[in-house]
Write a protein that binds this ligand. Structure first.
Ligand code: SF4
Ligand code: SF4
Length: 215
């Protein structure tokens, strides 16, 4: 197996995409006078599956910046998270377990957190490749604000997610050599991304030791 590593250029593009996601989010939150301050909930216990090698590889860039003891602590929590999710899912329920990366209410890999972590909360629209538009109303607190301020939800400011998602898809495509359809689909929780280690893919046949070259 070979690790899937973001080149410097791709890593910088992910960083820009993430920063733009955060600033789009902040602009809408500010227009709505919305923030997470004082919220009785914590979205870091929401159960999400993540779908790109790009986000997975970038998350691991952040993990590797932590001291070894911190990395081991995160992995220990991630294993506990997976056990608890398995237990709850066996009961036919949706897990609601605190993310292993959350430390005293703060994300300990904030700069490397995944796309969903940056987009949940405020209203958003996204156009799918088939032309269908998906609408996200925001979290329950944001929906309350929108209901009080606007006659109809569609009048509220929202984040347009499509352009940045398209850029993320372009990074993913390049990371996978232009052939993403050849590789297993990613469908993992953050905890699984930690416990599984950085993303890997089968080594191409021509790169295996003893493999024959056609050049
Ligand atoms: S996004 Fe909404 S529900 Fe989640 S912590 Fe912020 S205010 Fe609370
Ligand atoms: S990665 Fe960070 S922001 Fe995302 S769920 Fe975990 S603790 Fe929360």
């Amino acid at each position: 197996m070979k690790e899937v590593v973001l080149t410097k250029v791709l890593s910088e593009e992910v960083s820009r995409i993430y920063e733009e996601m955060a600033s789009d989010y902040d602009a809408v939150a500010s227009a709505l006078n919305f923030s997470c301050d004082g919220c009785p909930d914590n979205c870091c216990d929401s159960y999400f599956l993540h779908h790109t090698y790009t986000e997975w590889a970038y998350l691991w860039q952040g993990v590797r910046e932590l001291e070894e003891s911190r990395q081991q602590e995160l992995l220990k929590r991630a294993r506990q998270y997976i056990l608890e999710c398995t237990r709850v899912e066996a009961l036919g329920e949706r897990p609601q377990v605190i993310c292993p990366i959350l430390d005293e209410g703060r994300c300990s890999l904030y700069a490397y957190r995944l796309m969903v972590c940056r987009t949940h909360g405020v209203p958003a629209l996204m156009r799918r490749p088939d032309g269908q538009t998906l609408s996200f109303p925001g979290c329950f607190r944001c929906q309350d604000i929108v209901k009080k301020k606007y006659v109809h939800d569609s009048q509220a400011p929202h984040v347009e997610r499509t352009p940045l998602l398209q850029r993320l898809v372009a990074v993913e495509r390049e990371l996978l050599g232009g052939k993403p359809h050849l590789y297993p689909r990613v469908k993992l929780t953050i905890a699984q991304m930690l416990v599984n280690g950085p993303p890997t893919l089968p080594t191409p046949h021509c790169e295996r030791s003893g493999g024959t070259s056609h050049v």
